[in-house]
Design a protein around this ligand. Structure first.
Ligand SMILES: [Ca+2]
Length: 581
């Protein structure tokens, strides 16, 4: 029933966008003061009209013209392993993020944004597909690659198919395709060749990408550091630079007048990058000295437990043995965590610097008033809360993310939304805002109704009252987990590691009756740090029963009946004990 209501919302909003070009011109003067403070220049509407005037003049073509002339550009900026709360707009006491703060002030801030799978690969895949991991079937241990058909249904490919020039800069962590010529997943070349502009590489980039042969695409960059290399790629995207292009003759120039969709995917502040920072002489001061004078003001979480002080583990040892990979060893001591936090702030400020330059470039190009910008992270991270490191867990530090959606054309903008939203909602949002059809299979919902403060919609949007969270990454000692979080409660269930199976089989295990071996219930409102497990409190049994049922319902709905739309590697076919290695 609720989904039907959502679809009605989508249809209404899509109809409304038909007249957006006219509206946006009328409202230019009004919105001028609250946009990023940019000079508008010619509207992209008139620019686009010139480009497509040569198309047919019949009524069908007129519809096409109306659609194309209203189309905004789309930029998604994705941080890596960035917890919610480490920005100025979220009230962080030390970090300075003026450009992110400005985006927050001019856009809609989602205060309850979530990654439904708190791991790079499945979460980034959810952002692209609008699907929960349970349906897209891609993780580090899935030994699978998205099929070409599944890839065609991601938002960048849907936009490309609908007339957009698409670019990708930075990191990719989603294996896609399978080709005889090149191979499986990252090796297939499917993703690299799908983009009109590709200045990116697969898996971790490190802080100095040029140090690694795998990232040869960056070898001619002037800068050595990740964020600045990405800045060079972005500058060239916005204004093709012949000297830059000479080193990469496969890069196309962006045609002026064609709407673009650009993905800017960082590998910071991920510990792979912050852990590889070396304060080289050639680094900017930002990555050497900034924030170091604030070391004494850096705080550790209220629930922090140093490794040597762990007496009673947060989770029983037969549920999770507590061991995490050495990448996250910095949480084991307060000094290690504080150093991590300094580097985290430095690299987030690096992202902020890049955003500032990008906005100036959009101004210069005269498209700032017609460019949607999304800022978010693929998931959060544990910072030693209860002695835990890494991500994956379904506790809030791991699953909560910063999320801002800025659409300069929006006439009545909501400053913020406290609804439960997730990365799966980004793809349908961007498709709706660009007037592109949303595939029925997409499971997220467009955030557009929440972004509007129009009296007709504000406070009257029917929205989900619970969000489903999951972990199916069973490598690195982690248990399978499922959770349902409402505004008030979080219910988490853990499964027996001894019953881990092949990935595709695990995706239906609980649907087929596998029972959890451990459960948690937290009162998020009164216990936001998730300290007290209330699962056995007699007074809570009614809500426990309700959330168990909701969990079962959501797993089934999100998994769906169809097989996973993935290619499987040879490894995926081997017995389970090999998979565990
Ligand atoms: Ca990540």
């Amino acid at each position: 029933m609720k989904k039907d209501l959502m679809n009605i919302d989508r249809a209404k909003s899509s109809t409304a966008t038909v007249s957006r070009c006219i509206n946006s011109n009328i409202s230019l003067g009004i919105t001028l003061g609250i946009t990023l403070g940019l000079s508008l220049g010619l509207s992209a509407c008139s620019e686009s009209q010139n480009v497509i005037k040569s198309s047919k003049g019949d009524s069908a073509a007129e519809t096409s013209v109306t659609k194309k002339t209203t189309r905004p550009n789309v930029i998604v900026i994705l941080a890596d392993d960035m917890q919610a709360g480490v920005t100025g707009y979220e009230g962080h006491p030390i970090i300075k993020t003026p450009n992110i703060d400005k985006l927050a002030a001019n856009g809609t801030v989602f205060t309850k944004g979530f990654a439904t799978s708190a791991v790079c690969t499945p979460s980034r895949t959810s952002l692209l597909t609008g699907l929960y991991e349970r349906r897209h079937g891609i993780n580090f241990n899935s030994n699978s690659s998205m099929t070409e058909d599944a890839w065609s249904q991601t938002y960048p490919m849907l936009l490309k198919n609908d007339g957009y020039f698409v670019g990708w800069v930075g990191k990719n962590h989603t294996p896609i395709g399978k080709t005889e010529a090149k191979g499986f997943g990252y090796k297939s070349g499917v993703m690299d060749n799908s983009f009109d502009y590709w200045y990116a590489s697969h898996k971790h980039l490190s802080f100095y990408p040029k140090d690694h042969k795998r990232h040869a695409i960056f070898k001619n960059a002037k800068a050595d550091t990740q964020i600045e290399i990405m800045e060079e790629g972005l500058e060239n995207f916005m204004e093709p630079n012949e000297a830059f292009k000479a080193g990469y003759n496969f890069l196309d120039s962006r045609p002026k007048g064609q709407p673009f969709a650009l993905m800017i995917n960082f590998n910071v502040p991920h510990a792979n990058s912050t852990g590889s920072m070396q304060q080289r002489d050639s680094d900017l001061d930002l990555y050497k000295t900034v924030y170091r004078d604030k070391l004494s003001e850096v705080t550790i979480p209220e629930t922090y437990v140093a490794n040597k002080d762990i007496k009673t583990p947060k989770l029983p040892l037969d549920v999770y043995n507590g061991k995490f990979i050495k990448t996250y060893n910095y949480v084991k001591t307060p000094d290690g965590l504080k150093e991590r936090k300094i580097r985290e702030m430095q690299t987030i400020s690096g992202i902020d610097k890049l955003l500032g330059k990008l906005v100036k470039n959009l101004e210069k190009q005269g498209v700032a008033d017609n460019t949607i910008i999304v800022f978010t992270s693929d998931h959060g991270l544990m910072h030693g809360e209860f002695g835990l490191g890494g991500k994956v867990h379904l506790y809030d530090p791991s699953v909560r993310i910063p999320m801002i959606v800025y659409d300069p054309r929006m006439k009545y903008k909501a400053d913020k939304s406290n609804e439960l939203v997730a990365l799966v909602d980004i793809a349908p949002t961007l498709l709706e805002l660009t007037n592109t059809s949303i595939p029925d299979e997409m499971q997220g919902h467009s955030l557009k109704p929440l972004m509007q403060a129009d009296e007709k919609t504000n406070g009257d949007v029917k929205w989900r009252q619970e969000i489903f969270l999951e972990n199916m990454m069973t490598i690195q000692n982690y248990p399978r987990m499922e959770a349902v979080r409402t505004h008030k409660w979080k219910y988490v269930r853990y499964f027996d590691k001894k019953k881990d199976q092949r990935y595709a089989d695990m995706s239906v295990a609980s649907i087929n009756g596998e029972q959890p071996i451990y459960e948690e219930l937290f009162d998020i409102v009164n216990d936001p740090n998730e300290i007290n497990n209330l699962i056995n409190e007699p007074t809570n049994q009614k809500i426990v029963k309700k959330l168990r049922a909701k969990n079962a319902e959501l797993v089934k709905e999100y998994r769906g009946a169809k097989p996973l739309n993935t290619h499987l590697s040879e490894k995926a076919m081997k017995p389970i004990d090999i998979l565990k290695g």
